[in-house]
Design a protein around this ligand. Structure first.
Ligand code: 0O2
Length: 214
């Protein structure tokens, strides 16, 4: 962490200060993960369909926090850190597109959850083809409210985002436009794939509407 030694000291003081600062974010992570798993079980018990395929996530390291302050042009101070809403972030991978909306509805109705902002890149994908449903919310942890970023997406959306993220850094200037176009075309194929898999699910589960929480 040599690169940010001075910033680290200015922001957190020392290792203990940093550890104590991140503790509520770590607790928020565990609370959110349990909440999402609980919702998955609840939906499954009522509707014979579990929407969640898997959950991944992390609490940012001090290095990636400071990195993001520089990248986003925020003040490199504790004030800047407190502006970040994704220090605690979870990615929820769902099976079908409808699952994203079912889970979102169940999640934002949970006691204690307060939504700060939502971005629906599923119905309104980014120009590069990125699709995902983002929710920034806060939950109570002890006597403070902690922000958490939840990204909800299908397996196909997750595949595209993971590979795009990787390829982006290998994207040299000469081929930039061609690669961006091909990545966009891949995202279009995955839209069709998501639609086809969901159609199959609905055909094989005639009562699928009853499986949904609406
Ligand atoms: P890192 O390194 O992943 O932490 P806003 O409402 O505009 O403030 P928004 O639109 O919900 O915020 O999200 P934003 O800031 O565009 O992106 C938030 C995160 O979504 C990103 O984190 C990525 O993880 C993911 N994401 C957004 N756009 C893309 C994309 O085009 N490709 C991929 N692969 N991922 C994307 P960060 O901020 O990059 O930081």
């Amino acid at each position: 962490m040599k690169k940010y030694d001075k910033d680290f000291e200015n922001i957190f003081g020392d290792e203990l200060g940093c550890h104590q600062f991140l503790l509520p974010y770590r607790r928020a992570y565990l609370i959110m993960e349990a909440m999402l798993n609980g919702l998955n079980d609840e939906i499954k018990s009522f509707y014979e369909h579990s929407p969640i395929h898997s959950i991944k996530g992390r609490v940012k390291t001090p290095e990636s926090i400071i990195d993001k302050l520089y990248r986003r042009g925020f003040e490199v101070s504790m004030n800047g850190v407190l502006e970040l809403t994704d220090i605690c972030g979870l990615r929820v991978i769902c099976k079908y597109v409808d699952d994203i909306y079912d889970l979102r509805a169940a999640l934002i109705a949970q006691p204690g959850v307060e939504v700060i902002r939502e971005s629906d890149y599923v119905r309104n994908p980014k120009p590069n083809g990125y699709r995902s449903y983002h929710i920034i919310l806060t939950i109570p942890v002890g006597n403070q409210r902690v922000p958490v970023e939840i990204q909800i997406r299908t397996i196909a959306m997750d595949m595209w985002a993971s590979l795009e993220h990787n390829l982006y850094y290998k994207n040299d200037h000469e081929k930039k436009e061609e690669i961006e176009l091909r990545l966009f075309q891949c995202s279009q194929m995955l839209v069709l794939l998501d639609e086809e898999m969901e159609d199959l699910y609905k055909e094989l589960n005639e009562n699928w509407k009853e499986h949904r929480i609406g």
